[in-house]
Design a protein around this ligand. Structure first.
Ligand SMILES: [Zn+2]
Length: 109
C-alpha cells in the first residue's frame, strides 16, 4: 500500500527538489525529481515528503525515517541556556547613561 501524502495538491505543485530546484513527480511511494540529471528520490514519511539535500543539511533523510530527534538532540540544556544568554544582549545595554546632578550642583557621569 502506498503512503498517503498529507499535503494539498496546490502545495504539492509548489514543492521543488532541494538539490536542483526542479519540479517533483509523485511516484506513489516517494517523490522523484523531474530533472533527469538529478532524478533524486525523496521518501514520504507519515504522509509528509522528506525533502532534504543531505549534502548541505545537518540532517539526513534517515534521521526523519527513523524518527530520530532532530532538534538540539545532542545539546545539554545548560549549555543551550548559556548560549542563549550569550546571544541575547543585556537589557542594560538599552539604557542610556545620563549625567547625574550631585547635591552640590555639579554634574557627574
Ligand atoms: Zn533535483
Amino acid at each position: 500500500m502506498y503512503p498517503q501524502i498529507r499535503i494539498s495538491h496546490t502545495i504539492r505543485e509548489l514543492l521543488r527538489c532541494p538539490i536542483c530546484h526542479a519540479k517533483l513527480k509523485y511516484m506513489g511511494i516517494n517523490l522523484e525529481c523531474k530533472n533527469s540529471e538529478c532524478a533524486t528520490h525523496f521518501p514520504i514519511e507519515d504522509g509528509i515528503p522528506v525533502l532534504i539535500n543531505e549534502q548541505s543539511s545537518v540532517f539526513s533523510i534517515e534521521d526523519f525515517i527513523s524518527h530520530r530527534k532532530t532538534f538540539f538532540a545532542n545539546i545539554n540544556e545548560n549549555k543551550l541556556k548559556k548560549y542563549v544568554r550569550y546571544l541575547i544582549p543585556k537589557i542594560s545595554n538599552n539604557i542610556q547613561r545620563l549625567p547625574v546632578r550631585s547635591l552640590h550642583g555639579s554634574l557627574r557621569m
